[in-house]
Design a protein around this ligand. Structure first.
Ligand SMILES: [Fe+2]
Ligand SMILES: [Fe+2]
Length: 297
């Protein structure tokens, strides 16, 4: 396969194909919503600790998704002629991930310029880690890591669409909510691509399970470090009582998220997990239709 196709997609310009069918799943589309961060405020939700938990997650796709694209480009170059369909899927995957990490880079910059400049430092550290993975680790490791990340991202798609409407309600600014809903909807759309590429390149169940566990703990540590920093900045301006309330709110939110996400991630770690057979989260298709209408050019 020529390297030119995926590299063009990296810029997500008009050379991108717009749709494809991934496996037995629905059509996957490239969308380029024009969310802007002009009205963005870091404390965009009524529950500040919830807002900061999501803000702390934004540098993860900014850094991991360019790496995903590089790994999948290597996979596409390695796949034999029998996998032309999967290579097409990878091309579309790269187009979606490119739009995601570009949007999250803007999100991170909005955080950095609104009182949290060390977000840039955390992102630089993560990018260096992924560069090291690309240089020092095998394709099998990188595929397993990517497939693991893509797998547990599905649990977040259900979480955002089905479990936390109350936390999004009454937000001062809806930019972050829109970005995350769009992103996770497209993660759901292309959920089978890394999994299929890993399987096609002899990355068996044990390796994929290792990749899922490794990616989950690796990214949990990164997210916790960023969240700790964001809340430390917030708490520097709080009274002792406000700090105690904030800590209580953070613990309550983390418990709620873990209780929802962990059982689902464990189910996705089972050997018979097939991403193509997962039901669509409620409201996901309707949300994507709204996005397409809102940003129809
Ligand atoms: Fe993504
Ligand atoms: Fe993805």
């Amino acid at each position: 396969m020529s390297n030119d196709g995926p590299r063009k997609l990296e810029t997500c310009d008009d050379t991108c194909p717009d749709t494809a069918i991934i496996g037995r799943a629905k059509a996957v589309k490239l969308r380029r919503p024009k969310f802007d961060f002009k009205t963005f405020t870091p404390h965009w939700a009524r529950n500040r600790e919830f807002a900061q938990a999501l803000n702390a997650g934004s540098p993860i796709p900014t850094c991991i998704e360019p790496y995903l694209n590089q790994v999948m480009r290597r996979a596409a170059d390695t796949l034999g002629p029998a996998y032309s369909r999967l290579r097409q899927d990878i091309t579309l995957f790269i187009g979606q991930e490119t739009a995601h990490y570009q949007m999250h880079a803007r999100y991170d910059e909005a955080m950095a310029t609104n009182g949290y400049p060390r977000v840039r430092e955390f992102a630089a550290q993560m990018k260096a880690t992924y560069q090291r993975f690309l240089t020092a680790k095998s394709l099998k490791f990188n595929l397993a890591y990517c497939a693991g990340f893509e797998t547990f991202s599905q649990a977040y798609a259900y979480y955002f669409y089905e479990a936390i409407d109350d936390l999004f309600a009454g937000a001062d600014d809806t930019t972050a909510a829109k970005v995350w809903h769009w992103h996770l909807a497209e993660e759901f759309e292309h959920r089978s691509v890394c999994h299929e590429a890993a399987k096609a390149l002899h990355c068996g169940y044990a390796a994929r399970l290792y990749g899922l566990v490794y990616a989950f703990f690796h990214l949990s540590v990164q997210t916790k470090r960023i969240l700790h920093y964001l809340l430390e900045v917030d708490r520097a301006r709080m009274s002792a009582q406000e700090i105690a309330d904030s800590r209580r709110s953070e613990r309550r939110y983390q418990r709620r998220a873990s209780l929802y996400l962990l059982p689902r991630i464990l189910r996705m770690a089972l050997p018979f997990y097939d991403p193509r057979r997962q039901r669509t989260p409620r409201g996901l298709d309707a949300y994507l239709q709204r996005i397409e209408q809102e940003f129809a050019s």
